[in-house]
Design a protein around this ligand. Structure first.
Ligand SMILES: CC(C)(COP(=O)(O)OP(=O)(O)OC[C@H]1O[C@@H](n2cnc3c(N)ncnc32)[C@H](O)[C@@H]1O)[C@@H](O)C(=O)NCCC(=O)NCCS
Ligand SMILES: Nc1ncnc2c1ncn2[C@@H]1O[C@H](COP(=O)(O)OP(=O)(O)OP(=O)(O)O)[C@@H](O)[C@H]1O
Length: 195
């Protein structure tokens, strides 16, 4: 099975693009969603997070997202250590997921595909980009985060230009959903010639 990494910064439209691939029959592994599930389900990972960030990282069985976000996005060293813990567990989980798929192509969606090293598991990569002003508006209406909270997270992600340079394909999400679909179909047609 060939793996296509799907990445891009916060709010560029990765999940929207992933949904289109899914609609065309390609399975999607959502690293962000799985990471959050593993942080709760995987006891070993949970214990390591508590010893790194403190017991306030959890409220009973639930991840205290506000607390974790505040801690890791204001301290580069903690973010690096947290990412290492999460991505070690995630990598194993991804391999298991991959072994259960029976299609020729699968999508691995990850916000920090290059930053985390997860691109190494991919045969091809797609960068989704969107103008900063557009993505900022989309994030504000989706997440109700403040502009400063969004900027704090963006600081820890690579610039769009760098992600584009490293990727096999580019999807420019600066228009409507129809335009996005046309770009996805174009990439699927190219990928079909390679598998
Ligand atoms: C820190 C957490 C608790 C914040 O939760 P919250 O609900 O506020 O935000 P959400 O999960 O929707 O994330 C929004 C965006 O923040 C950015 N982001 C999330 N985690 C990271 C990270 N480790 N490094 C850089 N950016 C990140 C991404 O662009 C993401 O799409 C949560 O993001 C988390 O558990 N992250 C760890 C999982 C992980 O490593 N994800 C990275 C993507 S593969
Ligand atoms: N072409 C588009 N036109 C209008 N709205 C869009 C378009 N693309 C994405 N959106 C909206 O913008 C928001 C961000 O998109 P999406 O959730 O797919 O981004 P993402 O890259 O997965 O974000 P994150 O990394 O933060 O999880 C969503 O609410 C989505 O519905």
């Amino acid at each position: 099975m060939k793996i296509v990494g799907l990445t891009g910064g916060m709010g560029v439209g990765k999940s929207t693009v992933a949904k289109l691939f899914e609609n065309f029959g390609f399975p999607v592994y959502n690293s962000d969603t799985r990471a959050k599930e593993l942080m709760v389900e995987n006891n070993d990972l949970k214990m390591k997070i508590i010893s790194l960030l403190g017991k306030e990282a959890y409220e009973g069985e639930t991840l205290n997202r506000k607390f974790v976000a505040k801690k890791i996005f204001s301290n580069k060293d903690l973010l690096k250590k947290q990412n290492f813990l999460v991505h070690t567990a995630l990598r194993k989980d991804f391999e298991l997921w991959k072994s259960k798929q029976n299609t020729v192509l699968g999508i691995k969606e990850a916000a920090i595909l290059f930053e985390s090293g997860a691109y190494q598991d991919c045969d091809y990569t797609i960068a989704v980009t969107s103008p900063d002003s557009v993505r900022m508006q989309r994030i504000i209406s989706r997440d109700h985060l403040s502009e400063s909270e969004i900027k704090e997270r963006l600081q820890h992600q690579w610039p769009q230009k760098k992600i584009v340079e490293l990727s096999t394909f580019l999807i420019n999400n600066d228009s409507d959903y129809e335009n996005l679909k046309i770009q996805v179909i174009h990439i699927i047609n190219i990928l079909k010639t390679k598998i």
